[in-house]
Design a protein around this ligand. Structure first.
Ligand SMILES: *Cc1c(COP(=O)(O)O)cnc(C)c1O
Length: 417
């Protein structure tokens, strides 16, 4: 409840009372309470401000949203083309995905994580993991049920929980803890009322990563309190310096409580295709599948064939290599400007403390105004994200160089007066 309240405050800081409040003249309709309680999209607001600035003077460098700029590998696109021409693929797909794709996913998990799953019951194709997040909440939460949400986090965990009339409970991710939640500090009374715990490592937005021992602790906590763990494993194949990210499902017993979401959006630059999957506990898979069968009709079959092709053939080292070069350039550049940022070993994000540690929205607006650079204010990812901004390295080396040049004129290290 407090979280949704906080979200509403953020919303109102930005736009005053939004139009959602005004009932229209002709049609007397207003939003449902669920919809009204949704967090405001901080990032949309910045994009809009960005347009204003770009019209005024400068070309915008957008380091705000995490939308891969690297084109989808050509052969994957070719596969989409050829599959789209086949009339059978133009008909309704099934909401849970073709068995052939689910088998390919099972083989991919075996190869990548040495995890065995049954493709018939333990894999569900998603229209991107964002879809799965909300549908998981709808499948499992009753009104008032608690869902653990890391803070800061990808904003849509909160949205899904609110749409399901659940209650988000924030678990802080603090720098002093390496941006991991301290599971042992969760009050017993809260744990007993919780149904879901969302996690995501390598992490968006903090770029923190974990070892398998962390997931072991999560699994025993979830087993004790009968909580479904949903781990978003979206950045596990965007890693550097030899780091290999683990899967929650590698922990013994994880499948009794856990489910993992994987997306093709980031690893294969297929964000526009809308394809990902859920893998793990078969009861959870079947509940989500039931929701989906009432809500959507699945992924375009040609996209599923492109997904099969990507999982079987594409090499993800290619994108990791590109992001690694960008990371090196940008972190080294920032550190030359007086910052002291470690190089993250995964994701394409940098999580950067701001000079006065206070108002990340103000800082982001100042930065945009002075330099034409868009960054994501940390508070948009949750209360504990305040004091940081997130930089997304989803733009080319030249723009990053350019951004560094522009940043020379900004005081990045001292308290603002
Ligand atoms: C990008 C991202 C998503 C969205 O993935 P899609 O599969 O494109 O819906 C979900 N969660 C996190 C943490 C992300 O960073």
């Amino acid at each position: 409840m407090t979280f949704s309240f906080f979200c509403i405050i953020i919303a109102h800081c930005f736009v005053g009372f939004s139009e959602r409040y005004h009932s229209q003249e002709v049609l007397k309709v207003k939003s449902s309470k669920r919809l009204f309680n949704l967090p405001y999209d901080v990032f949309g607001e910045l994009e809009r401000l960005g347009e204003e600035v770009s019209q005024r003077d400068k070309e915008i460098i957008n380091l705000g949203i995490g939308d891969p700029d690297i084109p989808t590998p050509r052969d994957i696109v070719e596969k989409l083309h050829s599959a789209a021409r086949i009339p059978e693929n133009q008909r309704y797909p099934t909401s849970k995905g073709m068995l052939k794709l689910r088998e390919t996913i099972a083989k991919f998990y075996k190869r990548r994580f040495n995890v065995d799953v049954n493709p018939e019951e333990e894999v569900l194709v998603l229209i991107g993991t964002k879809e799965g997040i909300t549908h998981l909440s709808l499948a499992i939460l009753d009104p008032g049920d608690i869902a653990f949400i890391p803070d800061p986090c990808y904003p849509f965990y909160c949205s899904g929980v609110i749409l399901a009339n659940g209650v988000p409970y924030r678990v802080p991710l603090l720098r002093k803890n390496g941006f991991l939640p301290i599971i042992s500090q969760i009050p017993e009374g809260v744990a007993k009322k919780a149904k879901i715990m969302f996690l995501n490592y390598p992490n968006n937005p903090t770029s923190a990563s974990v070892e398998l021992s962390f997931f072991k602790e999560v699994v025993s906590f979830a087993q004790k309190y009968n909580i479904v763990v949903c781990h978003e494993n979206i950045y596990s194949d965007i890693t550097f310096d030899g780091y290999k990210a683990p899967s929650l499902l590698q922990v013994e017993g994880a499948r009794d409580i856990g489910i993992e979401f994987y997306s093709l959006s980031k690893t294969y630059s297929m964000a526009g295709f809308r394809i990902g999957f859920a893998i793990g506990n078969k009861k959870v898979i079947s509940l989500m599948s039931k929701v989906k069968s009432h809500v959507d009709s699945g992924v375009f079959r040609a996209v599923q064939y492109a997904g099969i092709y990507a999982l079987e053939n594409a090499s993800n080292n290619a994108v990791s290599h590109i992001y690694e070069k960008r990371r090196n350039l940008f972190v080294e550049g920032l550190n030359k400007l007086g910052l002291n940022i470690p190089k993250p070993r995964a994701t394409f994000y940098l999580w950067i403390p701001i000079p006065d540690g206070k108002d990340s929205i103000k800082f982001a607006k100042m930065l945009l105004d002075k330099t034409g650079i868009i960054v994501a204010p940390g508070v948009g990812f949750g209360k504990y994200g305040e004091g940081y901004v997130r930089v997304s390295l989803t733009t080319d080396m030249e723009s990053l160089q350019n951004a560094l040049l522009r940043l020379r004129d900004v005081n990045l290290t001292e308290e603002s007066k």
